[in-house]
Design a protein around this ligand. Sequence first.
Ligand code: ACO
Length: 330
Amino acid sequence: MATEQTIGILGLGAYTPERIMTNDDWAELIDTSDEWITTRTGIKRRRFAADDETSADLAVAAAREALADAGITADEIDEIVVATDTPEMYTPDTAAFVQDRLGVRPVPAFDMAGSGCAGFLLALDVARCRAEEGGKNVLVIAVELISRLMNWADRDTCVLFGDAAGAAVVGPGPNPIEMLAAVAGTDGSKAGILCLEAGGTRVPFTLEAAKAGLHKKLVMHGREVFREAVHRMGDAAREVLAKAGMTLDEVALVVPHQANGRILDAVAKRLGLPAEKLYSNIRDYGNTGSASVPLALTQAREQGRIRKGDPVLLISFGAGFHWAALLLRF
Ligand code: ACO
């Protein structure tokens, strides 16, 4: 008799580059200190890609981990979705390079770009729909190589970020990680408080723009981002729990986007969540954008913080503003 198949997450994986950049390393380059960065953000160190690594390298490494964890090979993949704000090149998208490098058949492969740190959860929910449509195995990857594209002289932003990739395989299986409920939302009126304007049709690349450093000018109104992140991630958590008919008490672990330590503390306080139920790796990896949720989720499971049967709540928030929450059962 055939075993019953359910659509869910079949495997998880992550990759972080070897090079470690500490707060003291930053203090040698710009006017900052370990004390300022630690107290304002909870970050002590982050990983930066080697000079010869690109976004596709990071993405492929994480994808291989997720495929191995799922126990499937690249030729069993039916679709690829990559979430990134730091793509391999402007066009074509990173997914095309990943498809070729992994040796996946000529299946649909596309990027979901520009949704910032919320990208992975949005892509995961799209993958669930696509997997349900045709019993497909969908490879979802979130990758950020922010160190290559940020302004290393802008102390307001550069100390926050790190490079990483995370991946998941979504598809039918006898015993997958269940995706119980998902919610998402966007408030485009707040696009201007966290954005990289140059390079699009509004501010095309020109020599003058490049000379002015606009191609690396991340606009970030830190305090407003902070307020919005706490408000939206808190509300998204409540909304997805209500949708699944569950309470926060029933959740074993909350894995949020690792924006910064103080944002995480404020989200926990808003939700009334005890510290031991909130997973954070911000101290060692910083803010790795869309890759932060799959990286944290993979590490939480590796560290034994998640057991079979545990409900786990994922929440994220990013430029746009976009936010998303997803409730899983392992
Ligand atoms: N080192 C030392 N001093 C710094 C640094 C730095 N790296 N960066 C800024 N400062 C200075 C500022 O210039 C300012 O100096 P001034 O008072 O002389 O003007 C001073 O520190 C205080 O700046 P504030 O803006 O008051 O600092 P605040 O306590 O608000 O912390 C921070 C700033 C950490 C950015 C905070 O607003 C925050 O956490 N915002 C959320 C932003 C965020 O997490 N973004 C992540 C990307 S978005 C995402 O993931 C969704």
